[in-house]
Design a protein around this ligand. Structure first.
Ligand code: SF4
Length: 390
């Protein structure tokens, strides 16, 4: 993040110089760094005309009007987003991502998101439904609902609504084949969400629930708001209602104060769950976060060592989990040609695992294809077409 700030300032220098030379231009700084720095940007670079946080992307027209009327504008205060005009770019014509909640009200002690993205704001249900219906009409077959803490959706709406209820509603949009959602927070994730996945045919059997650490004192220092025991309960609920679901997560090693024993608790939790995929990171201090200022930082050598060990174990589990697909026929939604082997296509099964098989991309992209799985690698599986594409 420090690096991002420096980049913004060094990029601004030449444009500020152009303005000083009398060129007619407006300088706009937009995005997370703009949100975080706010008026400080104007103090350092007075030539800037507009500083706007991500939540203002759908108001840029109004803000520029203010600029053209001769004002210097800072738009970083919390605002309510009624319509999503900031849709993520969609490179695929098959799978789309749909934001349903912005910002985050949590205060994880290592995370900069609450500072940069602001308070939680749920999009209204009707607006989400309209976007999904439009996507289906445009030929998209899979939608992934997005939110930093997706389980929080609806608690800021009047009347209050629940994410589980939204899921059932959106998964029932006529014509939609598949729906996924990220990211679930163990503090708020409810069994009702798991049951919705078990009962609604369009909801794919895949849960991304970051646990971050396996030791309760580390979780407390991270201000995550749950214990390892509670996390295991969630996993048990998933395995009860959706026995074949993929469970993926994020974990941080070398958090300030983490001892070798506490790190071992993270490995123990992994042994218990056996994640289909685990995204790992060695803790690195982020400016404007409490943990960055603590003195009990773990030394770099220990962090690197722990990262290597956790990655080795994660790979063992990932392969083990993928081997269960061998000999099965999986429903694969084909997304693209395999860039490495053009006679192959790449898609995903319902659990979100990448699947490669021989096939003509022209004919198969955007289609659901039954694929007999013949081999498993650590993070993907391979097979052959076993029926008509549809
Ligand atoms: S880690 Fe996730 S839940 Fe925690 S503050 Fe950051 S975005 Fe919110």
């Amino acid at each position: 993040r420090d690096h991002a700030e420096q980049k913004v300032y060094s990029y601004l220098g030449p444009h500020a110089a152009r303005k000083q030379r009398g060129e007619d231009l407006a300088i706009v700084v937009a995005g997370c760094v703009a949100q975080q720095e706010g008026e400080a940007l104007l103090r350092r670079v007075p030539e800037i005309d507009l500083v706007m946080g991500p939540q203002y992307a759908n108001r840029i027209g109004d803000l520029l009007e203010g600029v053209f009327n001769g004002n210097q504008v800072v738009a970083t205060a919390p605002t309510h987003i009624m319509e999503d005009l900031t849709q993520p770019q969609r490179h695929s014509k098959t799978c789309a991502w749909v934001n349903i909640i912005y910002g985050c009200n949590e205060r994880c002690s290592y995370c900069v998101v609450p500072t940069t993205r602001g308070a939680e704001q749920s999009r209204p249900r009707e607006s989400i439904r309209a976007e999904i219906a439009e996507l289906v009409a445009a030929g998209y077959r899979e939608v992934t609902l997005l939110g930093q803490n997706i389980d929080a959706w609806g608690r800021d709406l009047t009347p209050r609504q629940t994410f589980a209820d939204l899921l059932r509603d959106m998964a029932g949009v006529p014509g939609l084949d598949r729906m996924r959602f990220v990211t679930s927070h163990p503090r708020y994730m409810s069994e009702r969400v798991v049951k919705a996945v078990a009962e609604m045919p369009a909801l794919c059997e895949m849960f991304h629930v970051p646990f971050q650490a396996g030791d309760d004192d580390v979780l407390k220092a991270m201000e995550r708001g749950y214990t390892a025991k509670r996390y295991i309960q969630i996993v048990d609920q998933i395995r009860t209602h959706c026995p074949d679901a993929a469970i993926t997560a994020d974990a941080i090693v070398g958090f300030p104060g983490e001892t070798e024993e506490q790190f071992q608790a993270t490995l123990d939790l992994m042994e218990h769950v056996k994640f289909d995929q685990l995204n790992t990171a060695a803790y690195s201090p982020r400016p404007h976060t409490p943990a960055a200022l603590w003195e009990n930082q773990v030394d770099e050598e220990a962090k690197v060592d722990r990262l290597q060990r956790i990655n080795r174990l994660a790979a063992v589990h990932a392969l083990e989990r993928r081997q269960r697909y061998i000999g099965r026929i999986e429903e694969v939604l084909v997304e693209q040609r395999n860039p490495k082997f053009p006679n192959q296509v790449k898609g995903r099964n319902r659990q979100g695992c990448p699947v490669y098989f021989d096939g003509d991309a022209e004919a198969l992209v955007g289609k659901l294809v039954p694929v007999l799985i013949t081999d498993a690698q650590t993070y993907s599986i391979v097979g052959e077409q076993a029926g008509e594409a549809y």
